[in-house]
Ligand binder design. Sequence first.
Ligand SMILES: C[S@@+](CC[C@H](N)C(=O)[O-])C[C@H]1O[C@@H](n2cnc3c(N)ncnc32)[C@H](O)[C@@H]1O
Length: 312
Amino acid sequence: MNSPLANDGLTLTDAEFRMFAELIREHAGLDFNESSRFLLERRLARRIRELELGSVSAYHYHIRNGNSGSDELPNLIDELTTNETYFFREYSQLRALIDEIIEELQLDREKRGGRPITIWSAGCSSGEEPYSIAMLAREAGLKPGSDVHVYASDISRRMLRKARKGIYREASFRGTDPHLRDKYFIEKDRLWQISDDLKRDVDFIHLNLLDNSKIALLRTMDVILCRNVIIYFNIDTKCQVVRTFYEKLRPGGHLLLGHSESLINLSTSFELRHLRRDLVYRRPLPGMASEDPWNIAAAAAIARSDHDGIDK
Ligand SMILES: C[S@@+](CC[C@H](N)C(=O)[O-])C[C@H]1O[C@@H](n2cnc3c(N)ncnc32)[C@H](O)[C@@H]1O
C-alpha cells in the first residue's frame, strides 16, 4: 500500500524508509536512521509536492525510471544535505593553517619546485570556508594562484551555484571582522557581494566524496579541510572517505577535520600534530611513522574493540 501524503507532510512505511535511506547512503554517504527519519520524510514531502507526484512510490519511480529521472537525484541530494556554514568558522584552526602550516610550507618552496601550495576545502557548502582561506592568505601577503591554490568542492549543485555567485546574507558574517567584510565585499540592500578578485581565488568543483573516479582526476594536495561533513556519514563511509584523503594528500600533507571530529576508530594511518593553535592530522613522511602517544592509544583502543567484536 502507498503511504499517505498528508497536507503537512508524509509518513514513510518501513520498507519505503529503508529503500530511500539505502539509495541516499549508496549515492552520497548520508546516513539516515530512525532518529533522522522525520527529517527525511519532511524533505521528501517537499520534493513530491513540488513535482506534484502524489505518492512516495511515484517519486521513487521518477528517480529510478522517469523521463527526467536522471536529473532528480541531485535535486533530492540538494534537499537532504545540511549546508550550515559561515565565514571564519573555527577561526583558530584557520589561523593554524595560515600561520603555521602554510608558513612552514612556504619555507620549503624550493623543495616543491616553486609550485603553489594546494588546499582543498572538501564539502565547502556555499563557499564561506574556501573564501575565508583566500582572504586570510591575502591578508598574510600570499599571492593566490602563484603562492596558494584553493580548490573547493561539494556534492550540492545548489550550494555550488551560491558559492560561485558569491552573494551572502548577514548571518554568514557572524564570525567576521567588519574590516575584512568591508574590504572584500560590496554591500547592497543588506546583501554582500564578494569582490571579483577574491572570487577568482577559489576553483569550485562539483564532486561527490564517494566518487573515486572523479577524485582520481584531482591533483595531490598539501592540505585538505573536511570540516563538519563526515559527521553525516556512517562509520564505513567515514573510513572510505578518510582513505581517499590519505591517497590524495602528499606525504607530510595535513588533514583538518571539524573540532567535534576525530580519526579515532576511523584510521591509524595519520599522525596527530600539535600545533600552537590547534591539533591537526598529517600523512606521515615515508619512514617516519608516528610515535605520538595519542595515536598509539587510539590504535590500542581500536585493536581492543576489534577483539571484543571477535569474542562476541
Ligand atoms: C555542514 S556543511 C560544512 C561546510 C563547511 N565545511 C563548514 O565546516 O562550515 C556540509 C557540506 O558537506 C556536503 N556533503 C555532504 N555529503 C557530501 C558528499 N558525499 N560529497 C561531497 N560533499 C558532501 C554538503 O552538501 C554540505 O554542503
